[in-house]
Design a protein around this ligand. Structure first.
Ligand code: NG1
Length: 394
């Protein structure tokens, strides 16, 4: 697919693991992820015309061809090519008359595992098309553009994934604030290791899971509206505004008097998770022995809240979390949207091998995954954000 007379370029976009702050980015509340060393690698060449052609090294994903334009017709929901189209449409709405690319997509990220391979694909595509047209955008603008742009696939998502994939710094976790968007790094202390383990259950972003995700964004909005009205703050459009006006305890008192059932549980998850993010960031910044324990306890509390109040866990995620703790992790929780996908566990570096061995024996082996489980279970090494690498010969 590449013309041997011209150079090819390579863009790399990392996956991400969210350490804490789950299902609150779309409420405008800060989250605390880091980028992974694993990601999408896209090799591309500019074309002279607006056509775009993407081939995936993984044969399960059929080639995608379309014209880069302000309005691109989507393929049916679930088609991988919609992430590529989402990015192309977003950049074409910002810059007219773009030329397209020929591109080859490869990844070492597990797919549909809650590690944001889809947003990595969106970011990689956008960077490839921008580079092919010699245009650039400041990082914050690109994050805003692509987080809106990814809604093309039908998920009413927040901006966490695009923000960390574009704005990550190696060796750091990043607190992401929204409205206005701001990225604040904290160095991951030496001796702290985050393990990622996939539950072997796909977290599909199309179909029922997408519906369940979008339903939760609406429930959070509704819960916020009712609590804000009760507090006489109808004009306050956001969760950060509520949390600035009252303590979590006060908000929960008001919520108990105002909401019930599902809405009360969703609200409780959102405001308590926001507190956990703040405490976790402080614990990591201090980075002492007791802080690792404290961070682990926050992970455990986050998991319980996602399981019981937010109802996005899965029996296999609960099992992985339990096994990781039993094997010596300081704490563990599901990461990403849930409904399957992966867990993240915090371990002391010297115990990482032991915890991984326990997960291999007690989780993967009984489920028929023998031998090398490196694709499903690995140490997350915090990586830098996405970028175009040097040109290469074909
Ligand atoms: P994943 O894990 O990639 O489905 C989704 C959203 C995030 C965030 C998390 C839950 C997108 C692109 N990603 O992530 O913004 O809301 O769920 O914390 O919609």
């Amino acid at each position: 697919m590449f013309d041997p007379s011209g150079p090819v370029h390579v863009v790399r976009a990392p996956g991400r693991v969210n350490l804490i702050g789950e299902h609150i980015d779309y409420c405008g509340l800060p989250v605390f992820p880091m980028a992974l060393q694993r990601g999408i690698r896209m090799t591309f060449q500019p074309r002279p015309d607006p056509e775009a052609r993407f081939i995936n090294r993984d044969p399960r994903f059929a080639p995608v061809t379309f014209t880069v334009a302000e309005s691109i017709r989507p393929a049916p929901a679930g088609d991988w090519g919609n992430y590529v189209r989402a990015a192309a449409q977003a950049v074409a709405q910002r810059f007219p008359n773009l030329r397209g690319v020929n591109a080859l997509v490869e990844t070492d990220l597990p797919i549909a595992a809650g590690l944001s391979s889809s947003s990595a694909l969106v970011v990689a595509t956008a960077l490839a098309i921008l580079h092919a047209n010699s245009v650039t955008l400041p990082a914050l603008e690109l994050i805003e553009l692509l987080s809106r742009g990814e809604r093309y696939v039908g998920t009413a998502g927040g901006a966490m994934d695009q923000a960390i994939i574009i704005g990550a710094e190696a060796g750091c976790a990043i607190r992401i604030d929204f409205h206005p968007l701001r990225l604040t790094p904290t160095v991951v202390p030496a001796g702290w290791q985050f393990l990622v383990a996939w539950s072997l259950v796909h977290a599909e972003k199309s179909g029922a899971d997408r519906q369940a995700y979008n339903e939760r964004t609406k429930q959070c909005e509704e819960a916020h509206r009712l609590v804000a009205a009760r507090l006489g703050r109808q004009e306050d459009p956001s969760y950060p505004g509520l949390l600035a006006a009252a303590s979590v305890e006060e908000l929960l008192d008001v919520a108990r008097a105002t909401l019930s059932g599902v809405l009360l549980r969703r609200f409780r998850h959102v405001v308590t998770e926001a507190t956990r993010v703040r405490l976790a960031e402080m614990a990591m910044a201090r980075g002492k022995e007791g802080d690792l324990t404290a961070f682990g306890q926050l992970l455990d509390a986050s998991h319980a809240s996602l399981r019981d109040d937010y109802e996005v866990s899965h029996a296999e995620l609960d099992r992985l979390v339990e096994l990781a703790r039993e094997a010596g992790a300081a704490g563990a929780r599901l990461t990403g949207a849930g409904f399957g996908g992966s867990i993240v566990a915090l371990v002391r570096a010297e115990r990482a091998a032991e915890v991984m061995a326990a997960l291999r024996e007690r989780f993967y082996a009984p489920r028929g995954v023998a031998g090398d489980v490196g694709q499903h279970l690995f140490v997350a090494e915090s990586a830098a954000g996405a970028g175009v690498l040097d040109s290469e010969a074909v």
